[in-house]
Write a protein that binds this ligand. Structure first.
Ligand code: EPU
Length: 460
């Protein structure tokens, strides 16, 4: 027993951060948009297709990018990083086994399977498992690799794929995806660049991040047509070269800041953006009462009275699931009742209960939320359950009366580069505060492990 308590007193003290937001400020000025997280991650994985160096510019500074770097380093990729630029060289790959700890930490790391298999003929990668927003199966990735000629088995939770004996290359194939999956399209697209002959991918995902990947692969010497449409055609090539590439601006970060302006009834501008990537978001913001003006690679938003509009998420070019939670935060302050339906992920409504704790009026019926706008939200202590939910908490706090304290910043830092600094620059009253949390070591029950609830209590 004594041992447990002494361990508690030494190690059960954690330094964490929370965001403190004093709401109701108007915002004004310009925000610089970072490189797209979901592009950068997959572009980094594409280094596995070539022994030459890849130079990527506009890499966002995010924890997910750090995990991908660690994962690639663990199998022999040499990586140098200087501010927002990174060089990656996969000349001597040491192994084809990806470590569980890192794959588990970053689900997107499964896209490494395609390029590793194509380049060295085998890969062993743990099943990434579900996550807080849903089950997130990967059978489409596996089906695609099999169609390209790989033999795939799953042993003790690890996917093992290899080329058949006497084969040196994957073989082009006609593959029709059963669902539009960003990750599966990227995995198979990369694998097919080095396959023998032609591959046709039907029912591909059409997200801008896939177009960015195809553009970079083409500069490396690949022959890809049709990325950004449902049918992608890839003529396999013998080898790929290194290249220089600049990551596209993050459309989800841009969408989040547009909603920050709308929820605080403020006018701000953002740059750089690719307006075409944000069409579905502009449409809904215009519908609910915002003026949106684009000029070159900038956009300015000027909100009027915000009224309720309905949103249903869907794959690109539809309204992105990644902005569903932030948009719901906006609708809690709109005039009237809106209906938001999530169709991409089955568990992406965790922000509802936290928003209701701020005084919003949201009823959840399965994956549809009915939101009746209220005149004002009230700041409180909040816990973010996933990346985009944490962004929604920040936005709701910006418009709320009083102080909000948001914990769970590990999620926010996965996908938003210095969010509080960017918001502070345009006038938000927001700061990152350090909290040191200790277990209740004098408790009669002895050692009490830290839980999200106990952290919440300490923050409150
Ligand atoms: N799906 C299957 N089978 C598969 C693959 C996917 O049923 O084999 C289903 C999923 O369960 C889901 C839907 O297809 O219902 C779409 O999943 P998709 O594979 O497109 O998602 P992903 O590639 O795992 C990426 C982004 C997500 C973003 C989704 C949808 C990256 C690293 N992640 O995930 O980003 O929400 O596409 O646009 O690119 C985020 O940034 O917060 C985030 C979660």
């Amino acid at each position: 027993m004594y041992c447990m308590n002494s361990v508690a007193s030494i190690s059960n003290t954690v330094a964490k951060h929370h965001l403190e937001v004093r709401g109701s400020n108007f915002l004004s000025g310009q925000i610089k948009i970072s490189g797209a997280k979901n592009s950068a991650l997959v572009l980094m994985a594409a280094t596995l297709l070539t022994e030459e160096a890849l130079f990527l510019k506009n890499i966002p500074s995010l924890t997910d990018i750090n995990v991908m770097s660690e994962l690639l380093s663990s199998i022999g990729v040499r990586i140098e990083r200087k501010s927002n630029e990174i060089s990656l060289t996969a000349r001597d790959l040491l192994q084809s086994e990806l470590p569980y700890k890192l794959v588990h930490a970053l689900r997107a790391s499964f896209v490494c399977a395609g390029p590793l298999l194509a380049r060295i003929g085998e890969v062993s990668i743990p099943l990434p498992g579900g996550c807080r927003i849903g089950n997130r199966p990967i059978e489409e990735h596996i089906r695609g690799l099999e169609a390209l000629g790989a033999s795939v088995s799953i042993e003790k939770g690890v996917v093992k794929a290899k080329l058949p004996k006497n084969k040196k290359k994957l073989k082009g194939a006609h593959i029709k995806f059963n669902c539009q999956s960003v990750g599966a399209t990227e995995t198979i697209l990369m694998a097919a660049t080095l396959a023998e002959g032609r591959t046709v991918l039907e029912n591909s995902a059409q997200e801008p991040e896939i177009q960015d990947l195809a553009n970079m692969l083409n500069s490396m010497g690949a022959q890809i047509r049709g990325a950004g449409t449902k049918e992608i055609i890839i003529e396999g090539v013998e080898k790929l070269n290194g290249c220089n590439h600049t990551v596209i601006p993050d459309r989800i970060e841009a969408g989040t800041f547009l909603i920050a302006a709308a929820i605080t009834r403020s006018s701000i501008s953002l740059t750089p953006v690719i307006p075409e990537h944000l069409e579905a978001v502009f449409k809904k913001l215009r519908e609910c009462g915002c003026l949106i003006n684009t000029m070159g690679d900038s956009v300015k938003i000027t909100p009027n009275e915000i009224t309720a509009v309905d949103v249903t998420t869907s794959p690109y070019p539809g309204f992105p699931t990644d902005l569903q939670a932030p948009f719901m935060a906006l609708m809690t302050t709109a005039k009237g009742t809106s209906k938001i339906t999530e169709t991409v992920f089955e568990k992406r409504m965790q922000h509802v209960s936290e928003l209701n704790r701020m005084g919003s009026s949201i009823k959840l019926l399965g994956n549809t939320a009915l939101i009746t706008g209220v005149p004002q939200l009230t700041g409180t202590s909040l816990s973010a359950g996933d990346l985009r939910a944490s962004a929604a908490m920040v936005l709701a706090s910006l418009s709320a009366k009083g102080v909000s304290k948001i914990i769970g910043l590990d999620y926010l830092d996965r996908g938003y580069e210095r969010m509080e600094d960017k918001l502070k620059k345009v006038g938000a009253d927001i700061s990152r505060e350090k909290i040191t949390i200790s277990a209740n070591k004098n408790s009669k029950e002895g050692f009490k492990p830290l839980t999200p609830q106990s952290i919440q209590q300490e923050v409150a």
